[in-house]
Design a protein around this ligand. Structure first.
Ligand code: AMP
Ligand code: ZN
Length: 119
């Protein structure tokens, strides 16, 4: 069922603490933690605690939770002091776009110049 924890999902295990992560922010509905393989000086992942496969599925199932994730992405950027200069929020969607973990997550990237268009 949409939103239910998945036994084989890495990010569900980060939510429960079964897999450790460097958590930088947590709310009732979201967790933000540092990416294990950072692509920028600031690279934080913001996830809903509930399991949804990707951003579109999350938005279709739970608009309020989608807003929670986006608000937290902004709060992470402010906390990491990259908000003033500028930062990027990325939702890779589908394996062809580089999605490797099928639990919706926002990448918050900043602290260096970010090229447009992205690769
Ligand atoms: P994506 O490729 O968009 O699905 O993003 C998945 C991200 O999760 C990648 O940037 C990985 O580096 C990151 N990642 C994978 N395992 C962990 C982990 N145990 N803790 C933190 N980040 C992770
Ligand atoms: Zn999950």
């Amino acid at each position: 069922m949409a939103g239910e924890p998945q036994a084989d999902c890495l990010f569900c295990k980060i939510v429960t603490g079964e897999v450790p992560a460097t958590v930088v922010r947590e709310t009732e509905t979201t967790v933000a933690f540092r990416d294990i393989n950072p692509q920028a000086p600031t690279h934080v992942l913001v996830i809903p605690k509930a399991h949804h496969a990707d951003a579109a599925a999350l938005a279709a199932a739970d608009p309020q939770l989608t807003a929670d994730v986006l608000r937290e992405a902004g709060e992470v950027a402010a906390q990491e002091k990259v908000a003033d200069h500028g930062y990027r929020i990325v939702f890779n969607t589908g394996s062809g776009a580089g999605q490797t973990v099928f639990h919706a997550h926002a990448h918050v990237l900043g602290g260096r110049g970010l090229q447009w268009p992205p690769g």
